[in-house]
Ligand binder design. Structure first.
Ligand SMILES: C[S@@+](CC[C@H](N)C(=O)[O-])C[C@H]1O[C@@H](n2cnc3c(N)ncnc32)[C@H](O)[C@@H]1O
Length: 275
């Protein structure tokens, strides 16, 4: 069962459809005239933006003919980026009903609805048939899913033999304390954080081979510092929508998260493997 905490957290996320459309207008782009690339630096809710999605797509061997599943797709920014730049078809699977609906609207807005479909559902019970995809990707989504083994088993099931899985996620480092894990759960809906070795073992148990792990912690540090600045700069819009208290709580916990990465207690990694 997915936690309502995840839905609560994304109910009041500073980046949402309204904020993206406002940002377009501030740049002088009428949403109705927007092209896919107008959204690329606005709709990605992970660390590293389009370059990180490109890196993931290379690990997942995504090509123009690939059928791609993006697990925990958010507003489908990565899905649209892949569809627009590579030409593949992408299905985004997103738990939060409001974000899944917004993802569909943004996709229609930029005319990519023939290539990108968004399904609302839970990553631990993928509503797709066995072997339906050539590639599965995910960016900073599994941190919210309590049963990581179930997600990996589901990705294995929906990939064709020889299909590729590539994802990025937070990884726990040895000095991450229980009370810090608790705060990450209570305030950011982050749960059952794995070590890199833990993920490697789970991927093996799910049946994957050719498992590769790349440490991204160093790369993430400046990216996360910039994201914290971005959330602080969004203060007027966040306060207008969710109130001053929520904005302060959000930026406080984000600063706490960034400090954990700076302190070497929490990191990031890219995992890839073959079905
Ligand atoms: C940090 S966002 C990343 C979104 C997207 N991957 C991106 O990079 O823009 C994590 C997303 O995972 C979704 N999510 C969390 N738990 C999920 C689950 N069990 N099944 C599907 N999606 C989930 C959240 O609702 C959220 O939209």
């Amino acid at each position: 069962m997915p936690s309502t905490r995840v839905v609560d957290f994304y109910d009041r996320h500073p980046i949402d459809e309204g904020q993206i459309l406002d940002a377009l207008r501030r740049r002088g782009v009428e949403p109705a005239q927007a092209r896919p690339d107008d959204l690329f630096d606005l709709d990605q809710d992970h660390y590293g933006g389009p370059a990180a999605v490109q890196a993931l797509a290379r690990r997942a061997a995504v090509g123009p003919a690939s059928r791609v599943l993006d697990v925990c797709a958010g507003l489908a920014g990565p899905a649209r980026f892949l569809a627009a730049t590579i030409g593949c078809r992408v299905v985004g699977l997103e738990l939060h009903p409001g974000r899944a609906a917004a993802a569909r609207r943004l996709t229609r807005l930029v005319g990519l609805e023939k290539q990108v479909a968004v399904t609302q559902g839970d990553a631990t019970a993928l509503p797709f048939g066995a072997g339906a995809f050539d590639a599965c990707i995910s960016e900073e989504g599994l941190l919210h899913v309590p049963d990581k083994a179930a997600v990996l088993a589901e990705c294995h099931r929906v990939l064709r033999p020889g299909g590729r899985l590539a994802f990025t996620d937070w990884v726990a480092l040895p000095r991450l304390a229980d009370r810090e894990r608790t705060r990450l759960w209570e305030w950011m809906a982050a749960t059952t954080l794995q070590t890199s070795d833990g993920y490697r073992a789970r991927l093996g148990r799910a049946g994957f081979g050719a498992i590769a792990v790349e440490d991204l912690s160093h790369e993430w540090r400046p990216v996360l510092a910039a994201r914290l600045q971005m959330y602080r700069a969004l203060a007027p819009a966040t306060i207008a929508r969710f109130g001053e208290r929520w904005h302060r709580e959000y930026t406080d916990v984000y600063a706490f998260f960034v400090a954990l990465v700076e302190a070497g207690k929490l990191g990031g990694a890219r995992f890839s493997a073959t079905r």
